[in-house]
Design a protein around this ligand. Sequence first.
Ligand SMILES: *[C@@H]1O[C@H](CO)[C@@H](O)[C@H](O)[C@H]1NC(C)=O
Length: 358
Amino acid sequence: MGKLLKITLVGIILAFVGERIIRFRERLEASRTLDPVELPNCHLLKGIEAGSEDIDILPNGLAFISAGLKYPGIKCFAPDKPGEIFLLDLTDENPVPSPLKISPGFDVASFNPHGISTYIDRKDDTVYLFVVNHPQFQSTVELFKFVEEENVLQHLKTIRHDLLSSINDLVAMGPDSFYATNDHYFLNPIMRKLEMFLGLGWAYVVYYSPKEVKEVAANFYFANGINVSPDNKHIYIADLVGHDIHVLRKNPDWSLTPVKVLHVDTLVDNLFVDPTTGDIWSGCHPNGWKLFFYDPDDLPGSEVIRVQNILSENPIVTQVYANNGSVLQGSSVASVYDGKLLVGTVFHRALYCDLKDL
Ligand SMILES: *[C@@H]1O[C@H](CO)[C@@H](O)[C@H](O)[C@H]1NC(C)=O
């Protein structure tokens, strides 16, 4: 090979890698510094010390919190303790989270809960809880029935599927159907890092029912939180490192049609939809480096945003809370109920705030 050709090739490769590094940096960071935004009536919840990654709330004010996530490359404060689902009654004056018992037969030792979603069957008011689980770092969906009188989760079934190889979050559509985000294409830890570094955009969304399983949306860098609008017409999907919230229309055959993309200058994790206002609340990561490369001397912060009128021409995005990690590290979800705000985190604690006087 001629010398000139070699130099040209090396130049092209360096330019490609350089461009990828710049893009990777952009994807992992918000383009601004994080100024604190404080809320007056907040405290950390007792008993939650190793994550509260996702939160869903029933119409009666009972909140489910998934705790103790072990996720490749992410900090964990209790690596030997199985994950749990906590219950918190938001109608209490001073709510205290308590871990839910799980019916015998389910392998609680390998329980590693991630995204969760509730579904109420109006026929008989049965409450179902769908939980993304990573036993031995695999991906399954566990379907539970919530028996409120006994405070027990009764395990109904485990769902596995080739298209659900790296599930992050899900939103229930029926007593045994859901949409789920698959956050990576690759399973191998090195290939996963490379996938994110190269920005391949191979993450996707799946519709699952016992009769049919299909890919319904694709080309996400890191498909993360997913939820549905209160009128059941639109699906919202967070692309964590794309810094975007995607709005898609739900079709009768469960396929999804892209409607719009809202760019928010932060890494959007789970999405919570306020059933009364339709507002989208999200726990976000202002700096992905600090989340993926944990350094106790340079903590990952927390940020809560609220999006109003996402379908309108001018959605309003409000930064409701921001903290540099001194109080709360790695916020991943923000859920509201009757003037109360619950902020969950990937691996840290959970913050409870009373918004009434705001
Ligand atoms: C983090 O924020 C707190 C409160 O806003 C402040 O006192 C502290 O100096 C900040 N720490 C760093 C490392 O910036």
